[in-house]
Design a protein around this ligand. Sequence first.
Ligand SMILES: O=C(O)c1cc(=O)[nH]c(=O)n1[C@@H]1O[C@H](COP(=O)(O)O)[C@@H](O)[C@H]1O
Length: 277
Amino acid sequence: MISRKQLIEQIKQKKSFLCVGLDTDIDKIPEFLKQYPDPILEFNKRIIDATKDLCVSYKPNAAFYEARGIKGLQSLIDTWKYLPTDTLNIIDAKRGDIGNTSDKYAKAFFDENASGMSFDAITITPYMGNDSVTPYLAYEGKWIIILALTSSVGSKDFQYLQTGDGYLYETVIKKANTWAGADRIMYVVGATKSTEFTNIRQYAPDNFLLVPGVGAQGGSLADVCKYGITKDCGLIVNASRSIIYASNGEDFADAARAEALSMQRQMQVELEKAGVI
Ligand SMILES: O=C(O)c1cc(=O)[nH]c(=O)n1[C@@H]1O[C@H](COP(=O)(O)O)[C@@H](O)[C@H]1O
């Protein structure tokens, strides 16, 4: 469990707002790891060991684990057990369903006694509304991270539709703000949408924004910070492939560290510029 205050402290201490995405793909990890009983877990452990002083968050994407069935679920559980307790550990599950089903998703990812996992935060699709979100909020201290404006090309299909109250993504933020405060809700905003950050900050001045889309998707960290950083930082920037697959040789963990270090250094500059540290 990690509170807003603890998250901000971590950011100041590590001079970083990096989230390392554990989108671990059996077809992309180094060959030599295949000798281990669970190559995915072995890969994740080494990535975590190599980056944990440089990042404030980890985000395994559930799809990469679920795609492997029972083996994958076990890797996810064991990865969760290995995650540091002081980082914000996000399950990127992008769930959303009617209340009693959401109850079960919340149990699956937040209740260690039920499932063997208890992440600090979960990504949620908001389109089924209030009752699809409230079951997660029943878990005290846990975060929900609502998709607002995604990094994907397809974001224009729905998120930019005019609702009469602005774009649909703006309506999502305004509505979700009535469900809980900035100590429980974060919003996903893609790094590829950096020019929208000024606008988004009007509706979400204090919320942390989870920002994927730098690295492999081409978003710019400098632009994200220019428009989105706040006095408390207010940003968690995710990179998955550009860090974890920086090399697919025996040096993969060192290469991941080098990539994470380069991002952390840029983040330190931005934190200093914004007066956060
Ligand atoms: O919710 C997310 O994390 C997410 C939202 C979004 O708008 N775009 C996006 O890329 N993501 C996720 O962020 C990660 C990005 O991975 P890389 O492009 O490899 O850095 C993937 O796990 C995506 O599923």
